[in-house]
Design a protein around this ligand. Structure first.
Ligand code: SIN
Length: 288
């Protein structure tokens, strides 16, 4: 069976059509999916009305799965391979810990020394309108920089922090943010990362980066802001409008993403994510 692909945007992304990811799949056929994953950076599988075990099983084809020890509060109570992204209040009525997950431009687990290879996010419920996710192609963003800027950032390391601004500021998010900081000291990552499989250079930056190693926040901020703004120009971005039972798989080594909060918070937005472990990158920075 040949893979049927439909491109999602000029920048990145393709839909894999007419597929049920829970069906047995030969190595050769999965190899075609993986090649498309490397080529398009984001793959969409629609209408995947499958169970949690099947989501986990399909994700394992991409590599070993993270058990999310860095984010213990965010795990599914029964499946540590699943990270919850939900605004559904807890059984005691208090706000969900993961209500604001992903609300900054980021690449998953960049604040660890084994940042993720890729993520597979399954949609259970979305609001009537809004709650989309944006993806930026970081190869294109790097390629479009001037030679002067490429030379300037070549040796820089950005210091990545865990947590999100919004949850850190909300009352319910304080214990979680404290726990995340304790478990995850800041990690410096190269601003230009060579993709371990394609060999291409990609920008590796985002809104979790507070400063460059060896520089102050004040010195770093203008360049961080420029690089994030540059990488997220509309021509480098795909905007995904979720439907129930979508699974999106993305390559964290060459794409960053952001969840949008542009929806009615009284409506349910519930997604669950597996996170595929990547190769070692970066180093811990004492004191951040
Ligand atoms: C994430 O950052 O993994 C979550 C993205 C989303 O909720 O759209």
């Amino acid at each position: 069976m040949a893979l049927k692909l439909r491109r999602l945007s000029h920048a990145l992304g393709a839909e894999v059509c007419e597929i049920d990811v829970s069906m047995p799949m030969s190595e050769a056929f999965f190899g075609e999916i993986y090649r498309a994953f490397l080529q398009y950076g984001v793959l969409l599988f629609r209408d995947q009305d499958i169970g949690r075990e099947q989501h986990i099983e399909f994700s394992r084809r991409f590599g070993e799965l993270d058990r999310h020890d860095a984010l213990p509060r965010d795990r599914h109570p029964r499946y540590s391979e699943l990270l919850m992204v939900t605004n559904e209040p807890k059984p005691d009525g208090s706000p969900s810990d993961t209500k604001y997950t992903g609300r900054q431009w980021h690449s998953d687990m960049s604040f660890t020394t084994a940042p993720s290879l890729g993520s597979l996010l399954r949609c259970y419920a979305v609001p009537d309108v809004g709650g989309d996710t944006l993806f930026a192609n970081m190869y294109l963003a790097y390629d479009a920089l001037s030679d002067g800027m490429k030379a300037l950032i070549a040796g820089l390391h950005g210091i990545h922090h865990s947590g999100t601004r919004k949850i850190a500021n909300s009352e319910s998010g304080v214990p979680r943010a404290d726990e995340q900081r304790r478990l995850n000291p800041p990690v410096a990552q190269p601003v230009v990362r060579v993709h371990p499989e394609t060999g291409r250079k990609a920008l590796y930056i985002g809104e979790k980066v507070k400063r460059f190693d060896g520089m102050t926040e004040e010195e770093s901020k203008p360049l961080i802001d420029f690089l994030v703004r540059h990488a997220t120009r509309p021509e480098f971005v795909y905007r995904h409008q979720w439907k129930k039972n979508d699974i999106l798989a993305w390559d964290n080594r060459c794409a960053m993403h952001q969840a949008l909060g542009d929806f009615d918070e009284t409506q349910l937005r519930h997604l669950e994510r597996t996170t595929v472990l990547g190769t070692p990158s970066g180093y811990v920075v004492a004191g951040g």
